[in-house]
Design a protein around this ligand. Structure first.
Ligand code: ACO
Length: 326
């Protein structure tokens, strides 16, 4: 018996913002962004569109793909670092939008690896008798938490959501194993200072722009490379697989240079890595399910393919799954 993804879906807002658009109000250039990050454009949600709206659209697509009705779900988990609000959980709002009630729903804040963490939590819970079908969503509206006057962060992020329906069955397909990790000692390299209990929102926090993300990019880059490489190797070891066994590396899309370094460590050729950061920027917890959905739509994922997902984000947190697709 294994836990399998039986449906997948994604949603990105329609509004495309190119690097050239950013040049109009930031001291930056298409050339800088493209060469340092690989990003060409990103989707930015309009002011009235919150994370639950993106998540709901992705969820509907995943449910349709799975042939599962919302009523059949036993739980909704949303991995997000940019919830609609502190409470209720974005997962509760998604449940309401799907027109159901009574099911457990909660958010999981694990930053960029939120979807990978979500898959692992769902995998554990699906071994219990109470849960037969769980919806796991990675959804972010992080552009609202980036300072539009800070070129070092604003150019990097985009909005979007991806979702998967999971169940346990006796096919040979599904999540083989996962590796999760974290290190809170490095939390001050990437954080959102104000608005929580440490520094409640006030006129002063807004005037000092402390309601926006602070990131020491160069340091984060270093740890991202190190931990994505380590997580990918660890999960392979756990699965007792060799690097060459992997059909697809589907990494978190934070920076094409981080992706290249991870791929090189695994000794994989470029054609085994899925990259779409050029179109969406860093969509944090949404990046992996958006990539998987696109790959499925393009017919790139074949039954039996071995897919290695790996991610790293604020916390720091990191994680990787190995999935036998099907
Ligand atoms: N346009 C032009 N110049 C810029 C921009 C910009 N948008 N941003 C920064 N610069 C400048 C800097 O000010 C600096 O100038 P200086 O040398 O005069 O001081 C110069 O470019 C180089 O800056 P670096 O930070 O050294 O540039 P680097 O090559 O490291 O690239 C980047 C920066 C893209 C942010 C990179 O460090 C990175 O990708 N870091 C990781 C980010 C990440 O992965 N986050 C993941 C987690 S996200 C989450 O969990 C929510």
């Amino acid at each position: 018996m294994g836990v399998r993804i039986i449906g997948i879906g994604s949603y990105v807002p329609e509004n495309v913002v190119t690097n050239f658009d950013l040049e109009k109000f930031l001291d930056t250039s298409d050339e800088w962004i493209r060469t340092r990050t690989g990003i060409v454009e990103r989707r930015i949600a309009p002011p009235e569109m919150a994370t639950s709206d993106l998540a709901t659209e992705a969820a509907k697509m995943a449910l349709k793909d799975a042939g599962v009705t919302p009523e059949e779900l036993d739980m909704i988990i949303v991995g997000t670092a940019s919830p609609d609000m502190f409470y209720p959980a974005t997962a509760c709002l998604v449940q309401k939008n799907l027109g159901i009630k009574g099911k457990p729903c909660f958010d999981m804040e694990a930053a960029c690896p939120g979807f990978i963490y979500g898959l692992e939590v769902a995998r554990g819970l699906l071994h219990l008798p109470n849960y037969k079908k769980i919806l796991v969503i990675g959804a972010e509206n992080l552009t609202k938490f980036m300072d539009p006057e800070d070129r070092a962060t604003y150019v990097l992020f985009g909005d979007g959501a991806g979702a998967a329906v999971l169940t346990m069955d006796d096919t040979p397909y599904g999540i083989i194993t996962s590796h999760l990790g974290g290190d809170g000692n490095l939390g001050d390299l990437l954080y959102l200072p104000a608005g929580g209990s440490r520094m409640p929102a006030s006129r002063e926090t807004v005037e000092k722009r402390l309601h926006y993300t602070v990131m020491k990019g160069r340091e984060v880059f270093k740890y991202a490379v190190l931990n994505m490489q380590k997580a990918a190797l660890k999960v392979l070891e756990q699965a007792e697989l060799k690097k060459e066994d992997i059909t697809w590396l589907v990494p978190h899309q934070a920076n094409v240079r981080i992706i290249d370094a991870t791929r090189e460590k695994l000794g994989l050729p470029p054609e085994k890595v899925y990259i779409n950061i050029d179109k969406y920027g860093n969509t944090s917890a949404a990046s992996i399910p958006i990539a998987l959905t696109e790959m499925k739509q393009k017919g790139l994922l074949k039954k039996g393919d071995l897919v290695l997902t790996v991610s790293f984000g604020a916390g720091f947190t990191w994680g990787a799954n190995i999935i036998r697709w099907g």
